[in-house]
Design a protein around this ligand. Sequence first.
Ligand code: S3P
Length: 203
Amino acid sequence: MRVRAGSARPRSKVPAVQNAVFLVGFMGAGKTSVGRALGERLNWHFEDLDDRIERREGRSVPEIFRECGEQEFRRMESAALRDVLSESRGGARIVALGGGAFVHHQNAAFLSASGVPTVFLDATADELWERCSKQALDSGANRPLLGSPDQFRNLYDTRREGYAKASVTVLTGNRSVETIAAEIEKKLGLRRISIRVEQGEVE
Ligand code: S3P
């Protein structure tokens, strides 16, 4: 196709790597449930970065926060992210990051340098608070940084700009997990695979 001088299309923010997707966004954005649904649609491997940290540490994220503090958790989170990005074996994968991972500049820089697409699952602070409170009641989900409604909103406000740097943004308010997964698939032009290469963490 010829492009006339002066009519160049705006450059897409979607990176070229087509066998990995990283889901980012605030607590309660649905990164894990959407990631699982997208994994099933595409037959891609799904992984939650917090699960990797918990497996490695042999304790839960709330325990890590309690026993070592947030700074140490962030160090573990960065190390786990670097490891995921450096694992070249295996097939296509979707990775859900914890709510604070992408807003740390070094992590965003690793992701950007590796050329993988990042998807920001967006929602209002009110919706996110409602979802997190419901999850806490229904399943006892214990999020160390949940705080009060005001603390939650302040944290959301300071982070939102960082999430918006993701390759694409998908709105999640009042939409089903399936609809959101289908939109990501379409926006990134992802392809279902027929045979999945099982992936495991290299210890
Ligand atoms: C965090 C979010 C949590 C978890 C940790 C810190 C954050 O993950 O990584 O408690 O800083 O927002 P979810 O976003 O899956 O709740």
